[in-house]
Design a protein around this ligand. Structure first.
Ligand code: N01
Length: 507
């Protein structure tokens, strides 16, 4: 793996605890975003920064999501940092543990360890206008001061439990996919799974062989394409290591192929009909029973919700011990889930006794207010600023919050390529902003720049495939898509290459 230089730089354990000697930066989160930021800071020669991370180790979502079958649905050659590529991924699509180990190794080899403050949760961040510093309180009882606050706590880090009556009274084990309870032995159990999204399609095939029976509660079936996965040849991996140019070329080819998909998602949604035919053919070839096929056909345009990749989802759904319940979940009772009857809401209810209930029900909307309080200029909270829905400039800076930088902020999500590319573009912008902070005390995006950009974003989003009204989680309550970036990753990277000083105020 090519990694940044890693000089051993001992960092004062109390770094940042004296407002007269603030940190250059305090990063929240040690996933792809926070680790990447730390590595880029080290590359740039910055040493006085720390990364606080609530978990006991690095990896972010790839540490937390340990559910059976967890893997990435973006090819590994693209789902890794351009400046730390790994020649020896074991599969085309890496499994969770391998990605976690990649990030662990990066943290070590990149010299990040002295900067990490693990098992440390950010509780409150406030902008001290007089000192032009962020004051950050953490759950270890410490208060730290930093010139820049970099929030990289993850777009999908807060699990969303479903709002179903009686869920708390289930009695038996009941957990979310992102909080998998490995103490629970599923062998021989009657298991319920609620949800049929990206997490469920990985979990269900991985556990179906162990359980006695699995009741799968489907509200909306997803579009699924074949997953062209497989082990990577060890010989080719050695070649990739020996000739890094080969590895780089392969990444470029993957990137270019993914980039083309933006045409269908953003510019010509009608083209999605072609891709939909592939998904329909996959469904037809995998599910011979027309009645079941009908239940599994999504009622929305291909691409409006996240397109999923799987070869084992449809086979799992046809296993004799799986029961697909495509009716509304009415309530949870002690040891059972009650759904509407076969004839719809009017028909008799169906009560299925279960030993374990798994909620594969997704996350609190990406880019929602972080799980810690953020108070900016004039005492305004980020929650208040985002009352209508999250909004930022370049997904990174927010008016009213000087020297605050978000990684994976509003409208940085993708439907067509790797989030690591978006993260790298943001890291580049933040680095450039930090360079300006060597000459200025603070940077704040102008209100008019943020508004103009968001008006333009919403105009562009209004003609994309995501405007199809399919009830996807990336649409805010007011109908705006505050999650996705309507363009290519190249366009995003171009816009974020350097800080446009006309769009910001410098103090
Ligand atoms: O969550 P989801 P996820 N009653 O929101 C259903 C990323 N990811 O954890 O479609 C019944 O997609 C809900 O139904 P509906 C990726 O970005 C990546 O699976 O709203 N059902 C849906 O079926 C992804 O987009 C990887 O009608 C209820 C499901 O729960 C994001 O994470 C792997 C319900 C939620 O699906 C989220 O994926 C995994 C209720 N009350 C995840 N509430 C990679 O491979 C919700 N549902 C990189």
């Amino acid at each position: 793996m090519t990694t940044p230089s890693a000089p051993a730089a001992p960092l004062d354990p109390q770094a940042g605890e004296d407002p007269l000697r603030p940190l250059s930066a305090l990063i929240i989160g040690a996933g792809f975003g926070g680790l990447g930021m730390g590595l880029r800071l080290i590359q740039a020669g910055v040493r006085d920064f720390i990364v606080v991370e609530a978990e006991a180790g690095v990896g972010g979502t790839w540490r937390v999501n340990t559910y059976p079958g967890a893997a990435c649905d973006v090819p590994s050659s693209l789902y890794s940092f351009s400046f730390a590529q790994k020649p020896d991924w074991s599969h085309t699509y890496a499994r969770q543990e391998e990605i976690r180990l990649y990030l662990e190794e990066l943290a070590t080899r990149g010299g990040l360890r002295p900067h990490l403050r693990l098992s440390t949760r950010a509780l409150a961040c406030a902008w001290d206008e007089e000192r032009a510093l962020w004051v950050v309180d953490t759950d270890d009882g410490r208060r730290r001061w930093a010139r820049a606050l970099i929030a990289a706590a993850g777009g999908l880090s807060q699990p969303a439990m479903p709002q179903i009556d009686g869920l708390a009274d289930f009695g038996g084990p009941c957990f979310h996919t992102a909080r998998w309870d490995h103490q629970v032995d599923l062998r021989g159990k009657r298991v319920g799974v609620i949800g049929t999204g990206a997490s469920a399609i990985q979990v269900v095939p991985a556990i179906i062989d162990q359980v006695a029976e699995l009741s799968l509660y489907q509200r909306t079936p997803p579009w699924i394409l074949r997953r062209r996965d497989g082990p990577r040849s060890p010989l080719l991996n050695r070649l990739r290591a020996a000739v890094p140019a080969l590895m780089h070329a392969e990444r470029q080819a993957r990137w270019a192929a993914a980039e083309l998909r933006v045409i269908g998602f953003v510019h010509e949604p009608r083209l999605m009909r072609v891709a939909q035919r592939f998904a329909e053919a996959h469904l037809r070839a995998s599910v011979p029973d027309p009645a079941l096929r009908e239940k599994l056909r999504p009622p929305f345009t291909f691409g409006c919700k996240r397109v999923l990749l799987s070869n084992d989802w449809y086979p799992a759904l046809q296993r004799p011990n799986l029961r697909l319940v495509d009716r509304k979940v009415l309530r949870v009772e002690r040891g059972a889930v009650v759904s509407a009857g076969a004839d719809g809401a009017e028909g008799p209810e169906e009560r299925r006794p279960l030993d374990v209930l798994i909620c594969a029900t997704g996350f609190v909307a990406a880019n929602a207010v972080p799980g810690f309080s953020v108070v900016g200029r004039g005492g305004q909270t980020l929650a208040a600023a985002w009352a209508r829905g999250p909004e930022a400039w370049h997904g990174t800076l927010v008016h009213g919050f000087p020297n605050l930088f978000l990684v994976v902020g509003p409208n940085t999500g993708l439907g067509h390529s790797s989030m690591v590319l978006m993260i790298e573009a943001q890291l580049q912008l933040i680095l450039d902003a930090l360079r300006h902070l060597q000459r200025h005390r603070w940077i704040e995006v102008k209100a008019e720049a943020q508004k103009a950009e968001n008006d333009d974003l919403q105009r562009r989003l209004s003609t994309t495939v995501w405007a199809g009204g399919c009830g996807a989680w990336y649409i805010a309550a007011d109908g705006r898509n505050t999650t996705l970036w309507p363009g290519s990753t190249a366009r995003f990277a171009r816009q974020l290459r350097a800080l446009d000083t006309a769009a910001v105020s410098l103090g």
